[in-house]
Design a protein around this ligand. Structure first.
Ligand code: LIP
Length: 267
């Protein structure tokens, strides 16, 4: 078996265990532990507990690997592998009891920076739905045991797209301008699920034709981007006006990627 396949298998096992913990904590009731970059950017005790479980299981299995997590930060390893983890992506949904949230775990090699790393394995697990989207580099994208692929074409009514909004109210005008540029050009309709990793997994599975958003963190897209490319889709990331805090992410079937990227301003 390839290293990528072994990393994928480990990530699937850990994502399932972490997802079960997240689900049990949600059913028991969720407390907001703190706010981060903005009042709307919350973290729950479950976010922290789930990331600690993931980090401990990875350290036990692969002690030399690095780690980059949303809640506990970054730690360089001595191997060439770094784990990029969002323990509960869709935190606001999770806090409100909306079932659209996911455990996102990716293994990357090289410099653990988007645009520089090479994704080796990615898993996006939806605990409520029980769905496990997964990919190992060069081995395709899967939903459970079923192979998945992006839509080969987009119908005459236009593309079903998804997007999202940053936590900082100051980004709202730019986000709305972005939608105003994209929708008339391409969309039959727009979805706002609230979890980037699931939006990307849905592009990979053909449930969406494309997705775009500004301001995502590396852990939001690390796993989902590999799902998209292994499913035959295209993924792009840019930092318009050189702002690393608000990168633009575009992912789509090749049938519309270039038009979506152009409308969104992906240089
Ligand atoms: C969320 C993303 C979502 C975005 C939110 C937030 P979190 O990640 O998954 O797409 O619109 O602003 O960034 O904070 O739930 O891990």
């Amino acid at each position: 078996m390839s290293l990528a396949h072994d990393l994928e298998s480990l990530a699937i096992d850990i994502a399932r265990e972490a997802g079960e913990l997240a689900r049990v904590r949600r059913d028991a009731g969720v407390a907001i532990a703190a706010t981060k970059s903005a009042l709307a950017d919350i973290v729950t005790e479950a976010d922290r507990e789930v990331e600690a479980l993931i980090r401990a299981r990875l350290a036990a299995e692969r002690p030399d690997d690095g780690f980059l997590g949303e809640e506990s930060g970054a730690e360089r390893g001595t191997s060439d592998v770094t784990w990029v983890v969002d323990p509960i992506d869709g935190t606001v949904n999770y806090a409100y009891g909306i079932p659209t949230y996911a455990v996102s775990i990716a293994a990357v090699s090289g410099e653990p920076t988007p645009g520089e790393w090479q994704a080796l394995a990615g898993v996006v697990h939806s605990p409520v739905g029980g769905e496990v989207f997964h990919a190992a580099r060069g081995e395709g994208a899967w939903l459970g045991a079923s192979r998945i692929a992006v839509n080969a074409e987009v119908g005459p009514a236009g593309a079903l797209l998804a997007t999202g909004f940053g936590y900082d109210p100051a980004t709202r005008p730019g986000d709305l301008d972005l939608i105003g540029r994209v929708m008339p050009e391409l969309a039959r309709d727009l979805r706002r699920g609230g979890a980037a990793s699931l939006d990307l997994a849905y592009v990979a599975a053909g449930r969406l034709d494309g997705y775009f958003e500004r301001g995502l963190a590396p852990w939001d897209h690390a796993a989902g981007a590999l799902l998209v490319t292994e499913a035959g889709g295209r993924f792009g990331r840019a930092e318009p006006d050189g702002s690393p805090r608000a990168p633009l992410i575009v992912a789509a079937t090749p049938a519309i990627f270039d038009r979506l990227a152009a409308a969104a301003g992906l240089n």
